[in-house]
Ligand binder design. Structure first.
Ligand SMILES: Nc1nc2c(ncn2[C@@H]2O[C@H](COP(=O)(O)OP(=O)(O)OP(=O)(O)O)[C@@H](O)[C@H]2O)c(=O)[nH]1
Ligand SMILES: [Mg+2]
Length: 224
């Protein structure tokens, strides 16, 4: 067989595997997804029971909207025009195979110092002590790109050995050229971090872009 033929075969296999991953993701996220807990204190976190992925990022970046898009729900996770809406750690159970955790946003200028301290202590305690946390997704608004507050969170992930992946949100708001630019810049940022997943996810919850790929990724981490 020539090299060209071999490459062709490999390409088809890879495509087949990718199609199966996407289908497995679609199936899992079509199952029931139920709210299980809202925690405002370390004591009220639900006991660790099976794999979890968490959604972190600045206020208003689109964490809750992304959870709704992944699960095909309109209002599973509450979303808002008002930054700082999600105040608790909200846990959702996906078919007893995976839990999705909606984290409160950071970087909301009007939040009081007390709010920020509460966010920090609870969210940090969760990120550092949660052995069942398989991946934290760090959401970045594609119009803003990575900012200083996000870099601080990346450092926290690295220091706490939290395996994380960068997710660009609201890609529908950009023109094609701007998309390429923010993707290139964000890939560079993520590549600086040891605990970062190689490669980034580019999404629009509004248009459904990148949602099947993210579902597949989460499904790879789910309990059988
Ligand atoms: N155009 C567009 N708008 C989006 C997208 N995702 C989220 N939004 C909007 O962004 C705003 C904030 O979304 P949320 O999901 O509430 O953001 P959040 O990160 O959960 O915010 P906090 O809970 O405050 O931390 C809402 O008005 C959403 O409709 C997207 O992909 N495209
Ligand atoms: Mg929210």
């Amino acid at each position: 067989m020539t090299d060209v033929e071999q490459d062709g075969d490999l390409g088809e296999d890879a495509e087949q595997i990718e199609a199966e991953r996407i289908e497995a993701g679609r199936k899992l996220f079509a199952k029931s997804c139920d709210f299980i807990a809202a925690s405002t204190t370390i004591e009220s976190l639900p006991p660790m029971d099976g794999p979890e992925v968490a959604f972190a990022g600045r206020s208003n970046v689109g964490k809750s909207t992304l959870i709704n898009a992944l699960t095909n729900r309109r209002a599973l996770a509450r979303t808002s025009q008002t930054p700082g809406r999600t105040k608790q750690l909200n846990f959702f159970d996906l078919d007893h195979r995976m839990r999705l955790v909606d984290l409160p946003g950071y970087g909301y200028a009007k939040a009081s110092k007390t709010d920020i301290r509460a966010w920090t202590s609870l969210t940090l305690a969760f990120l550092k002590g949660r052995q069942t946390l398989m991946r934290a997704f760090l959401l970045i608004d594609s119009r803003r790109g990575v900012g200083d507050a996000d870099r601080e969170i990346m450092k926290i992930f690295d220091d706490s050995a939290v395996s994380w992946a960068l997710v660009l949100t609201k890609m529908d708001k950009l023109k094609e050229k701007e998309r390429q630019q923010v993707i290139a810049r964000s890939e560079k940022e993520a590549a600086k971090h040891v605990a970062a997943w190689p490669g980034i996810f580019t999404t629009s919850s509004e248009k459904g872009w990148g949602i099947p790929e993210l579902r597949a990724h989460i499904t790879d981490l789910a309990r059988d």
